[in-house]
Design a protein around this ligand. Structure first.
Ligand code: GLA
Length: 377
């Protein structure tokens, strides 16, 4: 490889459908015009692959054949986990030509903000290794590989939403994905005069693996009780009316609330997709509101900062829907804002938020872009 090669992966914003993916439910995210770049250059002084980033001081080099272990809380774990998955598929440095290379990462995605910066790095690395080695995995296979890496190497039991949309997204579309079958549709984001505005609370999302994995466990406990009476193999497959009938089986109020969120949220995604296709944006906005409320009260993954930003957003003229996006516990909101009201929205929500939370927020007016790929230089 003489000439440097460049790859790019976007981040994502989830419009609706939170914590439904690992429950076999529906999600509706799109890829955004912020993401991660990877430049790969040949360097004969390197043995294996040297990993470095514009955003972090920590650097390391890896040999494919070595024993690759996670390095305490370091960003390199995302590319390392991907390498481990390729090794599991039978690749080694002797056969794959991945040697004497520098992988340098940079980007403009805020980190730990609920816009999938980690899945962006993972999918990006998977796409690059796939291209460099000519392995020939499909975009969907790369998404699944990246999810396996996050589950086993990073030890977060995440679903497939982030990796899937980052690998598969199409410009100007959101992906309506059924996470139990991986059947999906690219739905044109016909938002008319409305814009997708992401509000970053700048409260670092303190997503300790444990808070996320706790929710996974709660959902499994609920499924154990509901499966025998409903026949559902995944929690999101319990219908809202079945839940009404059998919710008394969930005697632990926390488990009941978690289940209620998942079951209703997946149903909301279905209704939101139909509303968008029919051009009923107000209805889409209402479903976003309900989603936020449920994440705040029943799934309990919102935060004071997210609630403050969503409340201020909904009080602002020209806004038809606003909610937290991603895993929560801080991070970002997503709002649908009339194009003529965007400047006022940013000023007014930004000002109100800063005075109440004593934190300066950021806003990104976003468009839906294509998934990860090599960039021609
Ligand atoms: C994180 C996970 C996803 C999904 C969301 C919540 O982004 O990586 O798999 O569960 O949280 O919807």
């Amino acid at each position: 490889m003489s000439k440097p090669r460049k790859f790019y992966a976007p981040g994502r914003v989830n419009l609706i459908g939170e914590y439904t993916d690992f429950n076999g439910g529906l999600v509706f995210p799109c890829a955004i015009n912020r993401g991660t770049s990877l430049q790969i250059t040949q360097d004969n002084s390197v043995s294996g692959i040297a990993l470095s980033s514009e955003d972090f001081d920590f650097k390391t080099a890896i040999e494919f054949d070595g024993d690759i272990k996670p390095i305490d809380r370091e960003w390199v774990n995302y590319p390392l986990g991907i390498v481990v998955e390729f090794v599991k598929l039978g690749f080694n440095s002797g056969s794959n030509g991945l040697n004497k290379l520098r992988f340098h990462y940079s980007g403009d995605l805020p980190l730990s903000a609920g816009l999938s910066s980690s899945a962006s790095v993972s999918v990006l690395t998977a796409v690059a290794i796939n291209e460099l080695t000519g392995v020939g995995l499909s975009a969907q296979e790369l998404a699944l590989l990246a999810q396996r890496s996050e589950n086993s190497f990073i030890n977060v039991q995440c679903g497939i939403m982030d990796q899937f949309v980052i690998a598969m997204a199409e410009q100007d579309c959101a992906v309506a994905l059924d996470c139990s079958t991986l059947m999906y549709q690219q739905v044109p984001l016909n938002l008319g005069d409305y814009r997708i505005v992401i509000g970053n609370t700048n409260q670092p999302r303190n997503l300790k693996g444990s808070a996320y994995n706790d929710r996974v466990n709660d959902c499994q406990s609920a499924l154990k009780l509901l499966a025998p009476v409903t026949g559902a193999e995944q929690l999101a497959h319990v219908t809202p009316s079945q839940f009404q009938e059998h919710s008394g089986l969930l005697t632990d109020p926390i488990i009941r609330k978690r289940a209620q969120h998942v079951i209703e949220e997946s149903d909301r995604v279905n209704r939101a997709t139909i509303a968008l296709k029919a051009g009923q944006l107000e209805e889409f906005g209402k479903l976003m509101q309900q989603s936020h409320k449920s994440l705040r009260d029943d799934f309990e993954v919102s935060s004071e900062t997210l609630d403050c930003m969503v409340d201020l957003s909904m009080k602002t003229e020209g806004v038809i829907g606003s909610r937290m996006t991603g895993a929560g516990f801080g991070g970002c909101t997503v709002s649908l804002v009339h194009a003529d009201a965007v400047d006022h929205f940013i000023q007014s929500v930004g000002g109100g938020y800063e005075s109440q939370m004593k934190l300066k927020p950021d806003f990104y007016v976003t468009t839906a872009v294509n998934g990860a790929s090599e960039v021609s230089t």
